[in-house]
Write a protein that binds this ligand. Sequence first.
Ligand code: IMP
Length: 173
Amino acid sequence: MSEHSLRVLLSENQIRARVREIAARIDADYPDGVLCLIGVLKGSCIFLSDLVRAIRRPVRFDFIGASSYGAGKASSGSVQITKNVEMPLEGCDVLLVEDIVDTGITLTHLLRRIERHRPKSVRVAALLDKPERHQRPVDIAYLGFSIPDRFVVGYGLDYAEDYRGLRDICLLD
Ligand code: IMP
């Protein structure tokens, strides 16, 4: 693994508490119907797996693969789909689950793709948001934390595939 200095921005406990709060809101907002969570690979997989276990109502989940970063810290601006959703979404309430919203380009692209499946509704749950960086209007129904314009790793988020397994979310210097 490459050597960088890491400083905790959000601790494991803070993340756990916030995921529980978001799950409780989702339970209240979707009392019935089929709720499908679509996790954006690979960064959201830990957030999604904690979220589905904190939500009390029944859920289904699948993943969509998107890549806009390559191995660097800056978005390339173009979104490649690396895996499509395989589960039928027609008539379902869909929650697109993102690790982090940066420019909003990935989210905008993915929402357009999800709409093609004719879901009943679509909302976004994102663990992190960097509002200063938005280049597209984004509507995040369930947000974990707003953070400053800094590169972060851990809890699923990587730098060149490293650091995804950290339990805290850390600033990478
Ligand atoms: P956007 O299209 O610019 O909003 O980029 C969103 C994607 O960029 C996220 O799903 C992450 O994969 C990646 N990303 C953005 N900021 C960070 C960061 O600080 N750390 C790790 N990945 C990031």
